[in-house]
Design a binder for this molecule. Structure first.
Ligand code: FE2
Length: 252
């Protein structure tokens, strides 16, 4: 990234560290902006970084992505609409007696950095939720539905977020809404649930609340880990790489 951050190396490290977790994650969500310009050669590069388990990821489209490029790379997306159709889909899974659903929303608008959910998508979301009142739900999407206070990121926010909040608020079984895009971890009470913006495996934006111009920090690449239980989701932020471990004297 601009000669400052090795984004591919960071992503590889992040994926490798997931394999070291115990238990290993049930779901790995790529929250979008998987390449910079949506170009085929960039997806070829991404394919090399992600390795052989492409179909294991839950893939979310971001504003730097290209829908055709995503569908061509990830076999699980090849039948999720076509052409300009948004990549909206649902994963229903049974785990340990629990009925879990991840609803993936495509908030991208081709040619724009800001996001939007149109009336058709909002109706679709409402319908998916209405059909799953007895399931535990996570919604994943690229653009956070809340304003972060970081002006230059909020300028590329999500149109339709208020309408989305009104829909989500009707369903008490939505455990959280998890997004990317912000390049900084942030959490908000929103739509009767919790909305969380994931940090970036590449660079974090500076926490500028005074309207100053766009800048990034030298903070490490990060990822988020979500502990999803029947009582809700606890979201953690984890710097990428080996942070080391030590045991305090009182715990020995
Ligand atoms: Fe983005």
């Amino acid at each position: 990234m601009e000669g400052v951050v090795d984004t591919a190396a960071n992503l590889s490290l992040a994926l490798a560290s997931l394999k070291e977790l115990a238990p290993t994650p049930e779901f790995v969500v790529l929250t979008g902006d998987l390449v910079n310009d949506g170009q085929p050669n960039q997806y070829d590069h991404l394919k090399k970084v992600l390795g052989s388990s492409l179909d294991s990821f839950i893939v979310v489209a971001g504003n730097h992505d290209d829908r055709a490029g995503l569908r061509a790379l990830f076999p699980q997306l090849s039948a999720v609409g076509s052409g300009d159709d948004p990549i909206d889909y649902v994963i229903d899974a049974e785990r340990d007696g629990r009925s879990l659903s991840l609803i993936v929303l495509d908030t991208t608008v081709p040619g724009e950095h800001a996001g939007a959910l149109d009336a058709t998508q909002l109706e679709w979301l409402d319908r998916q939720l209405a059909e799953r009142r007895d399931r535990e739900i996570l919604i994943v999407q690229h653009h956070p539905p809340f304003r972060s206070g970081i002006g230059f990121m909020d300028a590329y926010g999500l149109r339709g977020a208020e309408a989305e909040a009104a829909i989500v608020a009707k369903y008490a079984n939505v455990a959280a809404v998890i997004s990317g895009h912000l390049h900084r971890p942030a959490t908000a009470a929103w739509g009767g649930t919790v909305a969380f913006a994931s940090p970036s495996t590449a660079a974090q934006v500076s926490p500028s609340f005074n309207g100053e111009t766009t800048s990034y920090t030298d903070e490490p690449g990060m990822m988020s880990l979500h502990w999803w239980t029947k009582t809700g989701v606890a979201s953690h932020v984890q710097p990428i790489g080996d942070s080391g471990r030590w045991v305090p004297a009182w715990a020995k």
